[in-house]
Design a protein around this ligand. Structure first.
Ligand code: BGC
Length: 403
């Protein structure tokens, strides 16, 4: 009763807001808000641009992205918006400035505007219970996009294999230092992501699990002693927060000339901060191995310049393709399981996983997981330019295809 009342009240409030803006009640359904950011680059196309099935009424999909301040979400929002529109759906796209409260409001407004399905990349996976319960009460399916939402009304999860992202980073460091053969010891530090993001511990544990045996044997040493996730986490994945901590670690544990060999960073925004600290404050003459994730343009420049060693690239264009085909199946009342993959014609790998992700203890969320890839200075053009995700700019650095 309470949930329903809240939903109706929110709907009334939102409709009056829409009316004030001249939108005119439910006819305003599908009036897209800004998508901003970079334009979609080329990517695998797995969906035909068919009219949505149904009784003739165009369906509306709400797309809630976390923020425009981190590069990848602009790409995700743009890809999703473009692909859903091309398939004949109305879209409402919001970015919530990394503020959970704002994302709750944005999703509430989408529900009020009568969306038929929600796609949500959560700012705080534990912070959406009210709107998730409202969506559930209204029978609106929710696809948790890239980040799992810790609520049982998450119908499906579409993401990359997050643990594998971390193992790729850890394995890169293991190979680059030749840990199985070199004498060592080597010094290493870690920077992880936002504790509110369910992905962050998966990335961190993936990397740490690869490197832990060498830490245990003494071949790898962590001079700061900071290896617990909470000690190395970065609030909201912010570059400045990662920079501050890296500067403190360098000042406290390396200013005496201690050699730093590697720094595992869970993604590119944190890698940016750590790289800046290393360039400015590390006195050693060696190249420090620094990892990342996403293939942000500024990080690709650092990789080309030898300041960052690698990034784990996730083709978010393909994540959008999977999300579109899954949404179509849900809205058409078709089965959405492994058969979606076999019938899709996608030219990229994706696994259907019913075991790895739980929204609450014991409640598994059916997941479609794509495969991440390692990008370095040596394979950057093959992995990113050839498939059309980026182009080589006049200055020789990569830039977004239509950016
Ligand atoms: C995404 C990463 C991204 C990070 C910060 C994570 O949930 O999976 O690709 O780097 O959020 O935006």
């Amino acid at each position: 009763m309470k949930k329903t009342l809240a939903l109706i009240l929110a709907a009334c409030m939102s409709l009056s807001l829409v009316a004030c803006g001249g939108g005119g009640g439910s006819d305003n359904k599908g009036s897209a808000s800004s998508t901003g950011g970079s334009q979609p680059a080329g990517g695998s196309q797995g969906s035909s641009a068919s009219e949505p099935a149904g009784n003739g009424e165009t369906k509306t999909v709400g797309i809630a992205m976390p923020t425009q301040s981190l590069e990848r979400w602009n790409r995700d929002g743009a890809y999703l918006d473009e692909q859903f529109k091309a398939a004949g759906y109305n879209t409402i796209v919001t970015y919530s400035d990394n503020k959970n409260e704002q994302q709750v409001n944005d999703i509430q407004n989408m529900l009020s505007q009568g969306v038929d399905l929600l796609i949500i990349a959560a700012i705080d996976g534990n912070g959406l219970n009210t709107v998730m319960n409202d969506a559930g009460a209204a029978g609106i399916p929710v696809i948790a996009y890239d980040r799992l939402i810790m609520n049982d009304n998450s119908s499906y999860y579409v993401s990359f294999d997050n643990y594998t992202v971390g193992t790729l980073q850890g394995t890169y460091v293991k190979d680059a230092l030749d840990l199985d053969n070199a004498a060592g010891p080597f010094n290493i530090e870690f920077t992880a992501g936002d504790p509110a993001d369910n992905n962050a511990p998966f990335f961190y544990n993936g990397a740490f699990d690869v490197l832990k045996p060498y830490i245990d044997s003494g071949k790898l040493v962590v001079p700061s002693g900071q290896t617990a996730f909470d000690a190395v986490a970065t609030d909201q994945w912010q570059t400045d927060v990662a920079l501050d901590r890296a500067q403190n670690v360098l000042a406290s544990f390396y200013s005496d000339g201690t050699k730093l060999d590697a720094w595992v960073c869970s993604n590119d925004s944190t890698s940016m901060g750590v790289t800046q600290a290393v360039v400015q404050d590390y006195a050693g003459g060696n190249t420090v191995i620094i990892t990342g994730q996403d293939g942000d343009v500024a990080n690709l420049r650092n990789i080309k310049d030898g300041k960052q060693s690698m990034t784990v690239y996730k083709a978010v264009a393909n994540e959008a393709v999977v999300t579109l085909d899954l949404a179509k199946a849900i809205l058409d009342g078709k089965t959405a399981d492994a058969s979606l993959i076999s019938a899709s014609g996608w030219d990229f790998d994706c696994a259907f996983d019913t075991e790895s992700y739980e929204t609450t203890p014991g409640n598994k969320c059916p997941s479609f997981l794509l495969v991440p890839d390692v990008v370095t200075a040596d394979n950057m053009e093959e992995k990113l330019v050839t498939p059309g995700y980026y182009k080589v700019g006049a200055d020789g650095y990569l830039e977004a295809t239509n950016g």
